[in-house]
Design a protein around this ligand. Structure first.
Ligand code: C5P
Length: 274
């Protein structure tokens, strides 16, 4: 049976080891507060994700992705998802500016900034009630205790609580996220270079990771989910090639045009050398 989210579903096959990911034509923003149907978007988003994943696969990034299927579907390994969104920032924009108001928009980071956000829904993480969704995760200076912060406030005004995890799981979360960070930096390098070759600038993007459940894989951490216009901010020839256009309230036909251009440009990714 398919498990459906806001913009895609996954249907397990072959004893649940493999899944078919289907992208919908639905577009959402503001955690579902804004929602529209954009006929053709599911196919374009799938094409973009497949292009990006095949490029990353060729360059040694461990992936859940297996291969293309239909126009709006691809095949993936099913894994246990790590409940954290990993954001890579090369150029300062978006929510980073809310947490760091002293930073000028457009600042190019010497080394990409990596941030972690806990994935929550309805202001809940498992049984714990939270004052906001998707709080930021940060370890203390010693790196031993993890704290949650409001994602839209400077840290000194935004502390929520210590992440209440059993110690054992807590330390494995940190180890897992260090692995995610290493992979995310590699993806940032590759994707940045690829967009640069096409005349684009990658500002930031979000990744999600999972652990393979097959016993032979020894719970290897792999890049999972999707990676398309909904996940990044890219400026190409002065045009925002991402969902940001939708978040900013642009016309739906212009938003769809962005998905078309991104799919056509990323068609070049799988054969590109960086
Ligand atoms: O909003 P913020 O600046 O934190 O977003 C950073 C990057 O992560 C952007 O490229 C955005 O598209 C992506 N993102 C995402 N899904 C979210 C939050 C952010 O793909 N839930």
């Amino acid at each position: 049976m398919a498990i459906s989210g806001k913009t895609k579903s996954i249907t397990p096959i072959l004893d649940g080891k493999i899944g078919i990911v289907k992208s919908f034509d639905t577009l959402t923003a503001g955690d579902g507060a804004k929602k529209d149907e954009l006929p053709g978007k599911g196919e374009l988003a799938t094409r973009t994700t497949c292009n990006v994943f095949e490029f990353l696969q060729k360059n040694g990034v461990p992936l859940a992705y297996i291969g293309r299927d239909g126009p709006d579907t691809f095949i993936t390994r099913i894994c246990n998802m790590i409940p954290v969104e990993v954001v890579v920032r090369k150029i300062a924009t978006g929510s980073y500016l809310k947490r760091n108001p002293e930073v000028q928009e457009g600042l190019v980071f010497k080394k990409p900034v990596i941030e972690f956000f806990l994935k929550t829904s309805g202001r809940k993480f498992e049984d714990t009630e939270l004052p906001c969704d998707d709080p930021m995760l940060r370890w203390d200076r010693k790196g031993s205790v993890c704290h949650l912060y409001f994602p839209d406030r400077p840290h000194e005004q935004g502390h929520i609580c210590q992440l209440l995890y059993p110690l054992q799981e807590h330390s494995s979360l940190k180890r897992d996220l260090m692995t995610c960070e290493r992979i995310a930096r590699h993806v940032g390098y590759l994707l940045g270079k690829a967009w640069e070759k096409l005349g684009g600038a990658l500002y930031d993007f979000k990744l999600e990771f999972g652990k393979l459940s097959d016993p032979k894989s020894e719970k290897q951490i792999v890049l999972a989910d999707v990676l398309d216009c909904d996940s990044w901010r890219v400026i190409w020839e002065g045009v925002q090639l991402s969902k940001q256009k939708y978040r900013d309230g642009d016309k739906l036909e212009d938003v769809l045009a962005v998905y078309r251009v991104a799919a056509a440009l990323t068609d070049k990714f799988p054969s590109m050398s960086v």
